[in-house]
Design a protein around this ligand. Structure first.
Ligand SMILES: C[S@@+](CC[C@H](N)C(=O)[O-])C[C@H]1O[C@@H](n2cnc3c(N)ncnc32)[C@H](O)[C@@H]1O
Length: 209
């Protein structure tokens, strides 16, 4: 599949190291450019993902972990639909500084390619939108999302279509299906950044333990 550029400066698919990714987003946050670009590009990832999530997450008081929360666009959607408890985590401190105050209960700087410092079964749901893309977070994070989610909880995430097979997300999802850790309820190609002709797989699964 051809790689598509959705970056602001250098093409996003050229990012290789975690350090490069962090700097890239730290710079993208300057003068709120990330949020403005998402408006200009009609980025629909957060809206589409929460639309799917709310079909399955009927209890609005559940505890949600927003992995790769960036400036909080997913939190803003969750709030819109009445969810009241969500924590956010991201690699870029600059983007975390832009998260509206009091939107999330807690925000923290983390590298999701490392083990997450959260106890097993801490959350009812994990959301991860826009963060499985070129040079960003690898499939192993899905094991961690399952670990920190309770039995029968939900994980809901997007995967940029350009890395789905290239980074082994296809194999990881099959493994999770086969070992019965994840009961996939939704899996379809979402619009994501349709204005840039970039789509993403949108997946929602129930965690089984
Ligand atoms: C396209 S943005 C999506 C942000 C937000 N979820 C949204 O939908 O607007 C990708 C996010 O992944 C974060 N990210 C990239 N690599 C990461 C890593 N290794 N650990 C944690 N966050 C990471 C970036 O800092 C950035 O905020």
């Amino acid at each position: 599949m051809a790689q598509k550029d959705v970056g602001n400066k250098i093409p996003i698919y050229k990012l290789k190291t975690t350090d490069e990714v962090m700097k890239y987003y730290d710079e993208w946050g300057v003068k709120n450019k990330y949020d403005q670009d998402m408006i200009d590009w009609k980025y629909s990832g957060p809206k589409e993902t929460v639309e799917v999530f709310k079909k399955y997450a009927k209890d609005k008081n559940i505890k949600i972990y927003d992995a790769g929360c960036g400036t909080g666009l997913v939190g803003a959607e969750l709030k819109k639909f009445g969810y009241s408890y969500f924590d956010g985590a991201d690699l870029s401190q600059k983007l975390l500084d832009l998260v509206p105050k009091k939107l999330y209960q807690k925000i923290s700087k983390v590298d999701l390619n490392k083990d997450i410092k959260i106890k097993d079964n801490s959350y009812d749901a994990v959301m991860c939108v826009g963060t499985f893309t070129f040079g960003h977070v690898k499939p192993h994070a899905l094991d961690e999302f399952i670990r920190i989610t309770k039995n029968k909880g939900l994980i809901c995430f997007t995967i940029n279509e350009g890395i789905y097979e290239k980074y082994g997300f296809d194999k990881k999802i099959n493994e999770l299906k086969e070992n019965k850790s994840l009961n996939i309820k939704e899996f379809f190609k979402s619009d994501y950044i349709a204005s840039k002709n970039v789509n993403a797989w949108l997946c929602l699964g129930e965690v089984l333990k």
